[in-house]
Design a protein around this ligand. Structure first.
Ligand code: HEC
Length: 109
């Protein structure tokens, strides 16, 4: 039991360390693409289930400011008290979040 907990901690620490060093593409593919898709369209099983929007659509992009996007990444997105997107504030630094917002903007066609 103790050994498992130790291993779990090591994995958590390693992945946290990697997140700090990774670029926006790496962060996106690691944390976000499972729902939002590598290409930002949200055309994934998880994305469809959760109603993720298509971030290549200029109208969708115009619906949120950079500040709102950063807040959503930090604090998560809730609907009816349930997490639709969990908060990433503890996993990602402010610099990571800023890089991800810029990355999301780059999906716009
Ligand atoms: C479990 C699935 C899931 C994961 C993982 C996920 N999201 Fe989301 N995200 C959602 C859903 C659902 C919404 C709400 C619908 C929408 O706006 O597309 C959302 C909304 C957003 C929004 C829009 C907020 C707004 O104000 O309209 C941004 C920006 C965003 N996510 C960025 C990210 C980033 C960056 C990551 C990775 C760090 C991420 N998401 C990971 C499901 C997810």
């Amino acid at each position: 039991m103790k050994r498992k907990a130790f291993l779990f901690m090591m994995v958590m620490m390693t992945s946290a360390g990697m997140a700090v060093a990774a670029d926006a593409t790496g962060l996106w593919n690691q944390h976000c693409a499972s729902c939002h898709g590598k290409d930002g369209t949200g055309n994934t099983t998880m994305g469809k289930k959760n109603g993720v929007k298509d971030y290549t659509d200029a109208k969708v992009q115009a619906a949120f400011s950079d500040g709102e996007a950063a807040k959503a990444i930090k604090e998560g997105v809730k609907e009816n008290g349930k997490d639709k997107m969990k908060p990433f504030g503890e996993k990602l630094s402010d610099a990571d979040i800023k890089a991800l917002v810029a990355y999301i903007r780059s999906f716009k066609k």
